[in-house]
Design a protein around this ligand. Structure first.
Ligand code: PMV
Length: 307
C-alpha cells in the first residue's frame, strides 16, 4: 500500500491582485492534510474512492471534468504508464471551498501517491504543474499560487508567470484561521473583480499596485522576523480588499472581533465574500482571539504556527 499527503495552505497577502501579475504570499498549513492511498487491484480497473463524499466509482465511468479522474489521467500520462490495476482512496481534513486549498492539496497528494506507486521521482515543479491543470477545472483561470505553495510545502512569494520563489520566515508567528461559514466559490469573486477591472481599469490597477507593494513589504518583514510589522500590513491589505469589493458583512464581523480581542492584524484570505479570515495572534492573545472569533460566529477556528 502506498500513501502520500499534502498540506492545506493560506494566502497571507496579495489575493486577487495576484491574478493581475502582482506578487502574493502564501504559506502551507500543516494542521490539515489531504491523503491519497493506492493499493494494487487484481483486475485491470482503476477504482476511485472519495472517502469524504462516500463515493466509489471507476475511472472509466468518470466524466472528463471530474477533478479526481482528471489528475489521475494526467499524472499517468506524465509517468508514461497505463492507468490500470489500482484502487486510489482520497481523504482530506481540509475544509472545502474555504480558501485552504483543498482542491490543490488533493491533486498534489494524488500525484505524489501515483509517482511513488510507479517508482518515479517528480520534482516539486512537476508536481505543481500537474496539479495546476486540475486547478483550472475548479477555478477557470487560477493564478497557480495554491498548487505552488502546496507542492513546495514552504512559504512562497508568488508572481504569476515567474520562476517560483520560496523563502524562510525568520521568526515563527501564530495565525488564527476563522471560517465565516459562508461557502465562497472562487470563480465568482474572481469574475466580479474582472468586471470591476473592466469597468474602471485605472482604479483597480492602482489598488492592485498598492496590494503588490504590501506583499513585497510583508516578505521583507517575514524574512527579517519583524512580526510586529505584519499586523499593520494585514490591516492595510484588508482595506484594499474591501475597496475591490470582495469583503462581506461576515468577514468584517470576524475581522472586527479579532482586532478587539488583541489580534495585531486581520484580513480575509483567498477569494473573499466568505471563506476564511486570518488574524495575527501571539502566545498572550491567541486564546482570547480564538474565543472572540467563535463568539462572533466563526464556524471553525484553526490556530496554527507559521514557521
Ligand atoms: O480562495 P482561494 O484560496 O482559492 O484563493 C483565491 C485566490 C485568488 O487570488 C482570488 C484567485 C487566484 O487564482 O489566485
Amino acid at each position: 500500500m502506498i500513501n502520500a499527503t499534502a498540506p492545506g495552505k493560506i494566502i497571507l497577502f496579495g489575493e486577487h491582485a495576484v491574478v493581475y501579475a502582482r506578487p502574493a504570499i502564501a504559506v502551507p498549513v500543516f494542521h490539515v492534510r489531504a491523503q491519497a492511498t493506492i493499493e494494487p487491484r487484481a483486475d485491470a480497473r482503476v477504482v476511485i474512492v472519495a472517502r469524504d463524499l462516500a463515493r466509489e466509482y471507476a475511472l472509466d465511468d468518470a466524466p472528463a471534468d471530474d477533478p479526481l479522474a482528471a489528475i489521475i489521467r494526467a499524472t499517468c500520462a506524465r509517468l508514461n504508464v497505463a492507468p490500470q490495476n489500482f484502487c486510489i482512496a482520497i481523504h482530506s481534513t481540509i475544509p472545502l471551498a474555504s480558501g485552504l486549498g483543498s482542491g490543490a492539496a488533493v491533486s498534489v497528494a494524488i500525484v505524489r501517491a501515483l509517482a511513488k506507486f510507479f517508482g518515479v521521482t517528480l520534482s516539486e515543479v512537476e508536481v505543481s504543474a500537474l496539479a495546476y491543470e486540475t486547478e483550472k477545472l475548479h477555478h477557470g483561470t487560477p493564478s497557480g499560487i495554491d498548487n505552488t505553495v502546496i507542492a513546495f510545502e514552504q512559504p512562497v512569494y508568488f508572481v504569476r508567470g515567474q520562476p517560483i520563489e520560496t523563502f524562510r520566515v525568520a521568526r515563527p508567528f501564530t495565525l488564527a484561521i476563522a471560517d465565516t461559514g459562508v461557502a465562497a466559490p472562487t470563480k465568482i469573486a474572481v469574475g466580479d473583480v474582472r468586471r470591476a477591472w473592466e469597468a474602471d481599469r485605472a482604479r483597480c490597477e492602482s489598488l492592485f499596485d498598492q496590494i503588490g507593494a504590501l506583499a513585497r513589504d510583508a516578505r521583507a518583514a517575514l524574512e527579517r522576523g519583524a512580526v510586529d510589522a505584519l499586523g499593520d500590513l494585514m490591516n492595510a491589505n484588508q482595506v484594499l480588499l474591501r475597496a475591490i469589493g470582495v469583503s462581506s458583512p461576515e468577514i468584517e464581523t470576524l475581522v472586527g472581533a479579532a482586532l478587539r480581542a488583541g489580534a495585531r492584524g486581520a484580513k480575509l484570505s483567498g477569494a473573499g465574500r466568505g471563506g476564511n479570515v486570518i488574524a495575527l495572534a501571539d502566545a498572550v492573545t491567541q486564546d482570547e482571539v480564538e474565543r472572540a472569533l467563535l463568539d462572533a460566529g466563526a464556524r471553525r477556528v484553526i490556530v496554527t504556527r507559521v514557521a
